[in-house]
Design a binder for this molecule. Structure first.
Ligand code: AMP
Length: 461
């Protein structure tokens, strides 16, 4: 869970990168950073917090340059502290290099151990730093060749932006877990995790990077390498379900349209005899639109969401988490009282949010509260960069349907089928990574201890 950005060949690249990162803020709120190339050397600014906080007192014009990369981080590997913030930078035999990574390597740990045994010193606890170490070790004279060689041993999810001797390089792993798009800003090539970052800059969407593609951007234009052996394609279906922004175009489709289609299928698979459809904002809204279309039941705004709740309220203690839901979502008795309602959300993970929301809706006077989810039960942890809790904390990994319904205290419960979810995303299950929904792990890495830490509670939109 991170967002990456890159721009090449335009004045004020660092300032543009900062603006692009605003469009990717939903992908990570822990730290933000930018590296720019001024023709001779790299300049880097990074800090903990939101893009607006990190760059508030930074004169981005001072980071003058014509190429820059940027990153927003949500840690899924390594601690949440400044030394783990990206872009990470190193001085190597191939020159200075800066790298921003979205995804999780499943062999990051073993690669690191063997590098450390060989005497390597690491500055951070992220899996991404191994890539720079591997790069620094390849003794060939060609930096691009050295970069390609450093990518070949990697397993897992890696969408990357790299600034190398003034070149901008974008990489998408051979499985294509995480998105990466290519755009154009008045002739300057742009790379971004999602197309919504291009929209915000007024840049044109050109295409997506292909799975397994290395895009090299220089004064000679945009060139592509495909150095990886063939792998089955496995874009992450959870990007469509929850993670990507609805206004983005990724994996060949528009996220919003896929979510609405999920809601339509949900209404067909699990109708509800109710007076009103109530989306859980914001993540449940597109699916609720689809649910209303098919069922003909009107949508009611059952909650007002407070958009000003920042990380101030993010607190691991359970008591604090309880108030967090109330601070974020205020149910409206005027809309809910006396009604039979179906609540629509994108996913149920631990189930604790849904349980609290259902209680609030009953307190607001609803007569019946039914719950519909526009994705299947989450039964496995992600090892490729989505922050899901340990399996032991996943409700559906431990309880059957009736027990889940009773835990969340809903009158009825319905999950979208896995096939319905993939169909709504214009594909088949085999075309996606759906490991969290019980599918295979396309690049391996599953097994005990697969999640080292659960940060899931920190941010919930
Ligand atoms: P819960 O069932 O209480 O664990 O919360 C599930 C809700 O959190 C879902 O409705 C999603 O909108 C949201 N959510 C799903 N996955 C994540 C994630 N990886 N990080 C933060 N929030 C998430």
């Amino acid at each position: 869970m991170c967002g990456i950005f890159g721009i090449y060949g335009c004045q004020g690249a660092a300032r543009i990168a900062a603006r692009g990162l605003y469009g990717l803020q939903h992908r990570g709120q822990e730290s933000a950073g930018i590296a720019s190339w001024d023709g001779r050397r790299l300049r880097v600014t990074k800090g903990m917090g939101l893009v607006s906080e990190v760059f508030a007192d930074v004169d981005l014009d001072e980071m003058d340059g014509t190429a820059a990369i940027g990153h927003v981080r949500y840690s899924t590997s390594g601690d949440s502290d400044l030394r783990n913030a990206h872009p990470i930078v190193a001085s190597t035999q191939h020159g200075e290099v800066a790298l921003g990574h979205n995804g999780n390597l499943v062999n990051g740990h073993s690669l690191r151990e063997s590098l450390e045994r060989g005497g390597a010193i690491f500055n951070s606890t992220t899996d991404s730093e191994v890539i720079l170490h591997l790069f620094a070790r390849y003794g060939c004279g060609d930096p691009i060749e050295a970069l390609v060689q450093s990518l070949l041993p990697l397993r897992g999810a890696f969408s990357l932006v790299v600034l190398l001797q003034g070149l901008l390089i974008g990489v998408r792993d051979p499985w294509g877990f995480r998105p990466l798009v290519l755009g154009d800003l008045d002739g300057a090539p742009v790379l971004a995790s999602e197309s919504c970052a291009l929209d915000l800059l007024g840049a044109k969407f050109i295409r997506e990077a292909e799975a397994g593609e290395v895009i090299i951007i220089s004064d000679a234009g945009v060139q592509s390498l495909r150095p990886f052996p063939p792998s089955p394609k496995a874009p992450c279906i959870f990007e469509y379900v929850y993670f990507a922004r609805p206004d983005s175009r990724i994996f060949g489709g528009v996220v919003f349209s896929a979510r609405v289609a999920m809601g339509r299928r949900l209404a067909m698979e699990h109708p509800a005899d109710v007076d009103a459809v109530v989306p859980i904002p914001d993540s449940g809204t597109p699916a609720a639109i689809g649910f209303c279309e098919v069922s003909g039941i009107p949508m009611v705004q059952g909650f007002v969401r407070n958009h000003y709740v920042g990380r101030t309220f993010i607190e691991p203690a359970q008591a604090m988490r309880d108030t967090e839901v109330r601070i974020k979502l205020n149910p409206m008795p005027s809309e809910l009282s006396g009604k039979r309602v179906v609540l629509v959300d994108d996913s149920l993970v631990r189930g604790t949010t849904a349980k609290k929301i259902i209680r609030l809706v009953r307190e607001a006077g609803a007569r019946e509260v039914h719950l519909r989810l526009s994705s299947p039960p989450v039964v496995n942890s992600c090892v490729y960069g989505i922050d899901t809790p340990l399996r032991s904390e996943l409700l559906a990994a431990n309880l059957g349907l009736e027990d889940i319904r009773s835990f969340v205290e809903a009158d009825s419960l319905g999950y979208l089928s896995a096939e319905g979810m993939a169909g709504a995303a214009n594909g088949t299950l085999e075309g996606f990574c759906h490991a969290c929904f019980g599918g295979p792990y396309p690049a391996g890495g599953e097994g005990p201890g697969m999640r080292q830490r659960g940060l899931f509670d920190k941010e919930r939109r």
